[in-house]
Design a binder for this molecule. Sequence first.
Ligand code: SF4
Length: 233
Amino acid sequence: MTSQTDPSAGSDITVPDELQNNVVITNIAKVLDPVYNWGRRNSVWPMVFGLACCAIEMICTAASRYDLARFGMEVFRATPRQSDLMIISGTVTKKMVPTIVRLYNQMPEPRYVMSMGACASGGGPFKEGYNVVDGIDKFLPVDVYVPGCPPTPQALINGLIALQEKIGQQSIATVPWYSKQGDEFTGAVPIPVLGPDLVDLRQIDIIREEAAKAETNDTAVEETAESAMPEAA
Ligand code: SF4
């Protein structure tokens, strides 16, 4: 009897001599991961979803000249329920963010987000606009950023290949959607509320704290102003 050790298996496993040439000791994740990831990365279904001029380049990328079918990504789905990838292709306005986040929440795991163009990644030429969000990554977890205004179809394809590489590095043993704490993992993002301005509900405690501070300051200023006023004769 000899001992064959596989460090990734986490233990010594003894293989009889007569089976040495017939048995491979490996970790189940090492066998499953390549198959699992190969299937997923070559069949990413993006959502039919365009926000502004960048969407025209995205449409062009899916057409015959660039042919996304080569990457298994030509099946743009008209529903978030059947989509793996949300391409944020264009300017994100504050009015639009609640809808974008709601659509993201409706996508099943595993799901990915690509920020396409300067507007989606940082506000672009409209960064200072009162109605524009300066980066979708303030709300959604972005996997790949594609720079440009607009990015060319080649740039978008490069981003999609980068996403394929990222998917290829994931392990079925560690991805959160299969974790033992899976019940706690929802991946859901609180939907922001649009009022006089956009309110990110994850920041609500800070917003309340700052509002209370501002109110206290206003009261203090008013009291000072009143005490400084001369009394009427
Ligand atoms: S990045 Fe440029 S092309 Fe894309 S949506 Fe913004 S302004 Fe339009």
